[in-house]
Design a binder for this molecule. Sequence first.
Ligand code: GLY
Length: 363
Amino acid sequence: MKGIFVGTKPSYKVIIGRDAITQVGSLIKRAAPEVEKVLIVSDSTVAALYLEKLKKSLTVSKLETSEYVFEAGEQSKNIDSISGMWGVMAEAGFTRTDAVVTLGGGVATDMGGFAAATFLRGIKVFHVPTSLLAMVDAAVGGKTGIDLKEGKNLAGAFWQPSMVIEDTALLESLPPELFTEGMGEVLKHAFIMDTELFALLKDIAESGKAADLQKDPELLEKLVSMNVSDKVEVITDDTLDNGRRQTLNFGHTVGHVIERNSNFSLAHGVCVAKGMGIIIDASVACGRLDAEEGEKMKDLIKAFGLPVTDDITPEEAVSGAMNDKKKRGGTISVIVVTKIGTSEIVKMTPEEYQEFLQKGRTA
Ligand code: GLY
């Protein structure tokens, strides 16, 4: 198994390897010997597949387990679920030296992290992500939270995990559409900061291996490791999202609005892909990105089975962005890739943002 050090405060490790789920108990005991009780936070789909396996690993290491299993889906990401988690921990007599273990995708890591950040003013959380998206993005970096009816992720806290344990073997049985949506975040890392990753993805696409990626354990482990390293570099530089970390939002400001407008029927990674396509078109139309580079990026998104367009209007995108947590004061921070592997934050007024998007649409 491989360990990637995350130099945030507090620091922690991301452990990556096949069958890592069987080691979760011993890894927790080694990292935090004081932990006696753990609350497993998982969704109904993932729990049916892996809860017993995880519990076995925890109980073998003499950890006492409780569970909070929520109905799979973004609609569960609300304060009622958090309140339910607090209740189970209070009932089981958790103290400040106990911990939460999340098992699942981004909804589980966001909510379990938030429950841990707030219970008894903060207890440890360990993430065991099961989706590609959670492995390369949501589980790393300490963003936790819930959605409000006014918008996605509007309430939350930064709360770094004590360890992230990523079992890449789980990706092999992930439903293909979930794997594909995770590729949205993988492509994002390539575009904003990693030419080596871009070259690897291009090679995978051109050699016809994109459809079989899930069946290639070595390549999966390499891909996950490269993406975790990218994310770790960014969040170590800017843990609290005041600067460089915002580049991770490439495609997200539009993507979140598309996601919300679909009533969360469209997957996050799919909406991010659509958002990236829209921003690429606008960037090319405004002379911020070379047209050939833009085409290469869009071709790669499509090669991994993701869309690059949506019928959202610039007006809808702007009004949705006004409720997005990425808005700062009167301006919207738009992430623009200026060439493959390089990105910048461009502050735009709502009017400028609308004009920018309009140019992309009419080009
Ligand atoms: N998912 C973007 C971030 O962690 O900042």
